[in-house]
Design a protein around this ligand. Structure first.
Ligand SMILES: Cc1ncc(COP(=O)(O)O)c(C=O)c1O
Length: 446
């Protein structure tokens, strides 16, 4: 891939991410949501990863998903070092469903993280992105025989048993690979319902994921008698965008009750700070809570694995759009951009709230309805976000879009999915190109 260079605007003040500046507007305060190290240049424009937003937009077009590589790497280290400091026999596995592109797999594998995959597709991308097979944790509530075979053939370190058919299938597959042993975990559903959107809760009774405690015990007993499947431990994951530590602590207690194992995979789920008002626990607060309970209830020699997805990648990403039209309709101002639910489905799926800024005039403004270009009234990126006199052609930046936007992007209304551009120290490089109209027709048999 060609590497491009953009000019860094200087001098520029690092944004204060912890406190709102006194007397600042909501939009000025939201500037603190952009990736750490983001600056506002003397011209009032955002500089992300040392790259000026207008130059990025001109070079790569819009919509585009910009990733600050240093922010991504820093977050990976914060997680890995933070967990290792508290529980040395540990591993952080990136839950790659949050951002499954080879560029991201490569950066996070390079930082030494394991990778959680949840399909044959993610497995393929992870391996192409340089993931170490031994560090792979393979998930899925409906893993097909083909996917299980792919995982075994790839030498995946751990496969997570989500149902009894997984056991039957793996026994069959392993019987064909003479002498091979496969490490597995049993996923337990502990009946914990965290306070988050229903669509992203996974650990409650009635969830399609995992096995209720009695069934988990049955699976454990069966696996203990298996010649080919090596029961390494247990797994729990109770949901996503969780904004307090209590459900995580309860989940650790729940897996501890299943007995003593070599591995405890405690899942992911820590929430990201999407809006200025959001106050998720910090990585350190989360790890303190998790390991605090682990020290009390888990065997001291056990290996602890965690699988952060959203909180690993969310704040490193920024979506850039161009305003196509501004419409005043009664009391409402609609600012319509050249993207929307095709590249950010989180609003429609979970009602996720996002902030936004005019990327070249950060700060101030009156509340508008920032909408997409798709044929749904629900295609709203941010309702009531203050923008300063937005005009057609303005560049809009939506922060905290690193998680689940790329993964959920789609071709609704024939949208061409946007590029992913990594920025680092003033240099930018595309790691995913924009789709073309030819791409849209590639699978059509005419
Ligand atoms: C098994 C498992 N682990 C980890 C995650 C990551 O969760 P999050 O992105 O909220 O950290 C998920 C996401 O739903 C999951 O299903």
């Amino acid at each position: 891939m060609p590497r491009g260079t953009t000019t860094t605007v200087s001098p520029a003040e690092p944004l204060d991410r912890t406190r709102p500046p006194a007397g600042s507007s909501a939009t000025e305060r939201l500037a603190g949501l952009f990736p750490p190290g983001t600056t506002v240049g003397p011209d009032g424009a955002l500089v992300i990863g040392g790259c000026h937003v207008e130059e990025l937009a001109e070079r790569y077009g819009t919509p585009a998903l910009v990733v600050d590589e240093n922010a991504l790497r820093a977050r990976a280290r914060r997680y890995a070092d933070g967990l290792a400091d508290r529980w040395p026999n540990s591993r952080v596995a990136f839950a790659s469903k949050a951002f499954p592109c080879t560029g991201v797999y490569r950066v996070l594998s390079d930082e030494g993280l394991g990778i959680d995959v949840a399909s044959g597709g993610e497995l393929t991308l992870a391996l192409a992105g340089g993931a170490d097979p031994e560090g792979l944790v393979v998930h899925g509530n409906a893993k097909t025989e083909e996917e299980l075979r792919m995982a075994v053939d790839a030498g995946a370190g751990l496969i997570v048993i989500d149902n009894f058919d997984d056991i039957d299938r793996l026994e069959r597959i392993l019987a064909e690979t003479r002498g091979r042993e496969q490490g597995v975990l049993v996923r337990v559903t502990p009946d914990i319902r965290p306070d988050t959107h229903e669509a992203i809760t996974t650990g409650q009774r009635g969830s399609k994921f995992g096995l209720l405690v009695d069934q988990a015990r049955e699976a454990i007993a069966r696996l203990r008698g298996s010649d080919r499947l090596r029961l390494d431990g247990v797994h729990v994951h109770v949901g996503s965008q969780i904004l307090d530590t209590e459900p995580f602590a309860r989940a650790v207690e729940a897996v501890a009750e299943l007995g003593e194992f070599a591995v405890y995979d405690l899942g992911g789920g820590l929430g990201a700070r999407y809006t200025y008002d959001d106050r998720p626990p910090t990585v350190e607060e989360y790890l303190d809570a998790l390991v605090g309970v682990a020290r009390r209830v888990l065997p001291a020699k056990a290996r602890v694995v965690i699988e952060p997805g959203r909180s690993m990648v969310a704040e490193a990403g920024v979506s850039l759009y161009r305003v196509v039209t501004v419409k005043h309709s009664g009391a409402e101002t609609f600012v319509a951009v050249d993207g929307g639910m095709g590249d950010n489905l989180e609003v429609s799926l979970y009602g996720q709230r996002f902030e936004a800024a005019v990327a070249t005039r950060v700060g101030g403004g009156r509340p508008v309805r920032l909408v997409g270009r798709h044929c749904e009234s629900g295609d709203v990126l941010s309702a009531g976000v203050p923008l300063p006199d937005p005009r057609p052609g303005d560049l809009i930046a939506v922060p905290v879009t690193g998680a689940y936007t790329y993964s959920l992007s789609n071709n609704y209304n024939g949208a061409r999915r946007p590029p992913v551009v990594m920025c680092r120290d003033g240099e930018s490089r595309p790691v995913v190109r924009r789709e073309t109209y030819e791409d849209l027709m590639r699978r059509d048999l005419v």
